[in-house]
Design a protein around this ligand. Structure first.
Ligand SMILES: [Zn+2]
Length: 263
């Protein structure tokens, strides 16, 4: 039997399932090794040193040993837990959605360090937003996001699509390739990968009202730190989410469960 190779890596816990009496099988994403599956033996025992490091959406430094089928977690030290995020249902669900999207988007052992960084940045933004929201919950919207948390999720959606090679077109019509006009009756087609002009409306799967188009363009073409605070009505937010969901679920194959649950 070959000697197991031991390696160290930081990782984010995307998923875990209980296994046997006290073990957990983890789906981890690492910057350099991509997505990996590993078993954390005994990690469901309260006395286990691994217990807190194997929680969902936790960043930890792992020591792993290669196994025949699954790698084995030998040590794990928590580095970041995003504790504020866990205290707000909306933010926690958003965090799980980020984990779920990565799990679906990434193949095993295919490193995608830029997607790893995007996920971490998004979790930090959600955590900061949850902290601000918990300190002063908006009375009109007690269970919802502040505009910053919502924007962080849409920014994640668009950058993820971009990094996966599915950047949606919001400036020219995907059918006739003419520049899109600032009108109310553009449309969107997820399979064609972007907006369609009124003359090509036969290809529209859904409407793309002007404000929705403007928000999508703004988030797609702006760096996070430069993105202004957007105070949008519920309908526009739903519309923006609907457009992004349609293209994400098509490209990540199944729709995102966590997000649908939240709605
Ligand atoms: Zn057209």
């Amino acid at each position: 039997m070959p000697t197991p190779h031991v390696y160290k890596s930081e990782a984010l816990v995307l998923r875990h399932i209980n296994f046997g009496e006290a073990d957990r099988i983890l789906t981890l994403v690492t910057p350099q090794h991509g997505k990996i599956s590993a078993i954390a033996k005994g990690s469901r025992k309260v006395t286990s040193k691994l217990a807190s490091a194997v929680d969902l959406v936790t960043r930890a430094q792992f020591v792993l040993a290669t196994g025949r089928e699954l790698d084995v977690v030998t040590q794990a030290v928590v580095q970041e837990r995003f504790d504020h995020l866990r205290e707000s249902l909306w933010h926690a669900t958003a965090g799980y959605t980020v984990a779920e999207a990565l799990d679906r988007a990434l193949a095993e052992r295919e490193p995608h360090p830029d997607i790893y960084v995007l996920a971490l940045d998004t979790l930090r933004r959600l955590d900061a937003d949850a902290d601000a929201w918990l300190a002063d919950p908006t009375p009109q919207n007690p269970a919802g996001p502040t505009s910053r948390g919502w924007a962080a999720m849409r920014f994640f959606d668009l950058v993820l699509l971009d990094l996966l090679g599915y950047r949606p077109a919001f400036h020219t019509c995907v059918s006739c390739e003419n520049p899109l006009q600032a009108v109310e009756d553009n449309g969107f087609n997820a399979e064609l990968g972007g907006a369609v002009c009124p003359s090509c409306s036969r290809y529209a799967q859904r409407r793309l009202p002007l404000l929705t188009l403007k928000v999508l363009r703004l988030v797609q073409t702006t760096e996070w730190h430069a993105l202004p605070v957007m105070r949008l009505d519920q309908r526009t937010r739903d519309d923006v989410e609907g457009v992004l969901q349609s293209i994400l679920s098509l490209n990540l194959e199944r729709s995102l469960k966590s997000w649908n649950l939240l709605h």
